[in-house]
Ligand binder design. Structure first.
Ligand code: NDP
Ligand code: GDR
Length: 373
């Protein structure tokens, strides 16, 4: 039985990857941060009672900013594969917490690589680093491939640039099986609520069912290559099953603007959105509503721009060229954007319906959260 260690197991990708590796028969260890409320919602369906025999999923308290803790967990678990998914992963928030982001996302990767080396596990333990299309940043060429130069545009992107190169360096310096997956944006019903796709699908569910008036957005012109997280964790696993360690771009090869994503999401509930105005005066209003369940008047403004959501520096256009992954890993995405949007909107509608059976106060606290970005 192979053993894997996943950092960031409580996150979107960690949850899908844990599920995949358990299906494949792995013993899975995950690193989880201590939090004042239990935050294992995404993996609770995988829970195994530690008092039973043959438990194959085990969580360990830890943090990427704590070297001794990482060394101890790796020593105890002796993993064949480490998937380093833990990160302060929100680009906008990285402008507010740049030093912490560098520490967790940049130096955190170094800590793991060093732990493998200190423990003499260079020959045994393979490591996957969660690199990102944010490395490309300011557009140099499209589509972006493994050969495209990097130009990150946020403290997050710069921290991930360090992590990318230290992974390459440890591979070359110490012959470690260390790989970067340069993953373009991937989403799912498990996506964090403050990333743009999930913010939109939650708002669509809440607006359609009359619990929210307006969706406040930042830059609608940004274009992203959006895939489904389920497809992308399969690529992570394949990257570590190769004969030789290499870096791979994982992307769908199609790009869509934030504005078009909003229209697609509203159209899932039978609402057509028309946009008028430019830049910060832009408004999105209901142009048609074909769903008798939703009483939205034509002309009602449901999307508005709030400059608070603009970023000091933006990444305008991402579109990935995953030819290498298709050829060498045999990887193809199974989901298209329409299926992804449908699944996300449907899940959020179900959540609003479940909440609707609760008190008005509880619905309010589901929709109005302090943390928006
Ligand atoms: P999430 O934000 O959903 O999950 C991040 C995970 O990292 C959570 O489990 C979080 O724990 C954990 N974490 C954060 N800081 C620390 C820390 N200091 N020590 C230990 N754990 C920590 O991210 P995703 O699942 O979407 O992404 C996974 C990885 O892939 C990230 O590294 C991200 O930067 C990268 N990436 C993501 C892409 C995407 O489109 N989703 C694209 C390309 C790269 P907690 O639950 O306690 O917050
Ligand atoms: P991104 O994802 O920055 O690409 O990073 P996000 O969904 O946050 O933003 C995508 C684009 O949408 C624009 N946008 C808004 N974004 C948010 N969050 N909230 C808004 O209100 C809003 N309005 C417009 C943004 O400006 C941006 O252009 C994600 C993360 O998962 C990273 O960890 C990962 O590395 C990259 O994807 C690939």
């Amino acid at each position: 039985m192979k053993t894997a260690l996943i950092t960031g197991i409580t996150g979107q990708d960690g949850a899908y990857l844990a599920e995949l590796l358990l299906e494949k028969g792995y013993m899975v260890h995950g690193i989880k941060r201590r939090s004042s409320l239990i935050n294992t919602d995404r993996i609770d369906h995988l829970y195994q009672d530690p008092h039973e025999k043959n438990v194959r999923l085990k969580l360990h308290y830890g943090d990427l900013t704590d070297s001794t803790n990482l060394i101890r967990i790796i020593q105890e678990t002796q993993p064949d594969e480490i998937y380093n998914l833990a990160a302060m992963s929100h680009v906008k928030v990285s402008f507010d917490t740049p030093e912490y982001t560098a520490n967790a996302d940049g130096i955190g990767t170094l800590r793991l690589l060093e732990a493998i080396r200190i423990l003499g596990l260079e020959k045994k333990t393979k490591i996957y680093q969660a690199s990102t299309s944010e490395l490309y940043g300011l557009v140099q060429e499209v589509p972006q491939s493994e050969k495209t130069p990097f130009y990150p545009r946020s403290p997050y992107g710069v921290a991930k640039l360090y992590a990318y190169w230290i992974t390459v360096n440890y591979r070359e310096a110490y012959n470690m099986f260390a790989c970067n997956g340069i993953l373009f944006n991937h989403e799912s019903p498990l996506r964090g609520e403050t990333f743009v796709t999930r913010k939109i699908t939650r708002a669509v569910a809440a607006i359609a069912s009359g619990h929210q008036n307006c969706l406040y957005m930042g830059n609608l012109d940004a274009q992203r290559d959006w895939g489904h997280a389920k497809d992308y964790v399969e690529a992570m696993w394949r990257i570590l099953q190769q004969e030789t360690p290499e870096d791979f771009v994982i992307a769908t090869g199609k790009t869509t603007s934030v504005r078009d994503f909003i229209s697609m999401a509203f159209s899932e509930v039978g609402i057509a959105i028309a946009f008028k105005g430019e830049g910060i005066n832009e408004k999105g209003f209901v142009a048609a509503c074909s769903n008798p369940d939703y009483q939205l008047e034509i002309g009602k403004q449901v999307v508005s721009i709030d400059p608070a959501y603009f970023r000091p520096t933006e990444v305008d256009l991402l579109i990935g060229d995953a030819t290498k992954a298709r050829t060498k890993l045999g990887w193809e995405p199974k989901y298209d954007l329409k299926a992804l949007v449908s699944e996300m909107v449907e899940t959020d509608l179900n959540k609003v319906t479940a909440y609707a059976q609760m008190s008005v106060g509880q619905i309010h606290s589901y929709i109005n959260r302090f943390e928006e970005r």
